[in-house]
Ligand binder design. Structure first.
Ligand SMILES: Cc1cc2nc3c(=O)[nH]c(=O)nc-3n(C[C@H](O)[C@H](O)[C@H](O)COP(=O)(O)OP(=O)(O)OC[C@H]3O[C@@H](n4cnc5c(N)ncnc54)[C@H](O)[C@@H]3O)c2cc1C
Length: 372
């Protein structure tokens, strides 16, 4: 259980054994135990790098354990070189590590508030019919199981993972020092995998954080899913506004999500979903869902929750070495489109560290970004 007052998502999660004693030094310090950090830890440790991961709360307690788990290709602003093969790579990694995370890739519907002949769903939202515009590559995954599976694989490969180990500061220099839990850990390189929390340690220009919201219905019978057009469990998101995404879970429950409240990492941490604005967003989402189809009008909502995401201008992720401190790498700001891409980002950062591979130019940080 996380200490944050953001509600509990429905995803199954295994426990993770904490390690007691922090090291004095390591090759690479990874900060953040979500999909980005767990993937970086696996890709580094599996190639013999001494990687140590510090997670402030529990592994998968941030976005990666709170996401809807829609597996999407590319970036929120479209496919780009270096981010155009994320879904097949995720499939291969899940198979290679035999991760039990329900990865299912039937595609994903882009839906619109329009009447398109032959492509209508039996739904109404915002006073409009809803149609399927496209089916794009992708599908769904159990996100906490994927994150914890990657973390466990990293640990088996020799990475050390610490929970309840918040990093307070990174002292940049030729040999960076990470200050964590009253200790100073020196390392050759640092991977900052904090997404919505990035600004707390590394301010990045034109990057903002937000909480986004979701809820889950009680499990529905297959006949009800069929009446809703969801018998094949194809996930969906709107390509227009008002924004809405959703997916069916293993037990037949449906997760829906929408809505944002912007804030600094400290403001997000201080937010509880019982406060006025989050509650109004979740009430509005619940009302929309109940109006979508008669079968949802009285369905019990079993949980409501929030989770942090981050955006940079133009929805372009950060994936770069800091210009003034190239031994510090940052990946963040996936604009709510980060399940497959975060795993890919962890792989790319490991390749940058081990093979000196170039990171994609679109992920670069402007030179004045890292004054501290
Ligand atoms: C409700 C919701 C729905 C979403 N739906 C989708 C979707 O359907 N499809 C999709 O592609 N994307 C979706 N996203 C986005 C996706 O989940 C994220 O892009 C992705 O999980 C980011 O992973 P991450 O590892 O970079 O960040 P996170 O998982 O947020 O991990 C960051 C970690 O850093 C830790 N941390 C914070 N401060 C410190 C510190 N000082 N020291 C150490 N650790 C620290 C946090 O506790 C956290 O565990 C959604 C996100 C949310 C919140």
């Amino acid at each position: 259980m996380s200490l944050r007052s953001w509600g509990e998502p429905p995803w199954r999660r295994s426990s993770f054994d904490a390690i007691a004693s922090l090291p004095d030094a390591c090759d690479v310090a990874i900060i953040g135990g979500g999909l980005t950090g767990a993937s970086a830890a696996w890709h580094l440790a599996s190639r013999g790098v001494k990687a140590v991961l510090f997670e402030a709360d529990r592994i998968a307690s941030g976005a990666s354990g709170r996401t809807g788990g829609l597996v999407l290709e590319g970036l929120a602003y479209g496919p780009r070189p270096g981010a155009d093969d994320c879904v097949p790579q995720l499939r291969r990694l899940v198979d290679e590590l035999a991760l039990d995370c329900g990865l299912y890739l039937p595609g994903c519907w882009e839906i619109v508030h329009e009447t398109l002949d032959g492509r209508l769903l039996p739904w109404r939202d915002a006073g409009s019919a809803i149609s399927i515009l496209n089916t794009v590559p992708g599908g769904i995954v159990e996100p906490a199981a994927l994150t914890l599976g990657l973390a466990a694989a990293a640990r088996r490969a020799g990475a050390k993972l610490f929970e309840h180990a918040p990093v307070k500061r990174i002292n940049r220099g030729r040999s960076p020092i990470v200050e964590v839990a009253g200790r100073r850990v020196s390392c050759a390189q640092v991977v900052v995998a904090l997404n919505g929390w990035t600004a707390a340690l590394i301010p990045i220009p034109e990057m903002v954080s937000a909480l986004t919201y979701a809820l889950v219905t009680a499990p529905l019978e297959q006949t009800t899913l069929k009446a809703l057009g969801l018998a094949e469990r194809i996930p969906f998101y709107t390509a227009d506004t008002p924004y809405l995404w959703g997916r069916v879970c293993d037990d037949g429950a449906i997760v829906f999500g929408a809505g944002l409240t912007y804030g600094s990492p400290a403001e997000m941490e201080a937010t509880a979903i019982t406060q006025t604005e989050p509650q109004a967003i979740l009430d509005g989402l619940e009302k929309r869902i109940r109006g979508l189809h008669p079968a949802l009008a009285r369905v019990p909502i079993t949980s409501r929750w929030a989770g942090p995401i981050a955006f940079r201008k133009g929805a372009i992720p950060v994936l770069a070495r800091l210009p003034e401190a190239p031994n510090v790498l940052v990946a963040a700001a996936y604009a709510g489109h980060g399940v497959a891409f975060s795993v890919h980002a962890g792989r790319l950062m490991a390749a940058a560290i081990i093979d000196n591979a170039t990171l994609p130019p679109w992920g670069a940080i402007a030179r004045d970004a890292n004054q501290s």
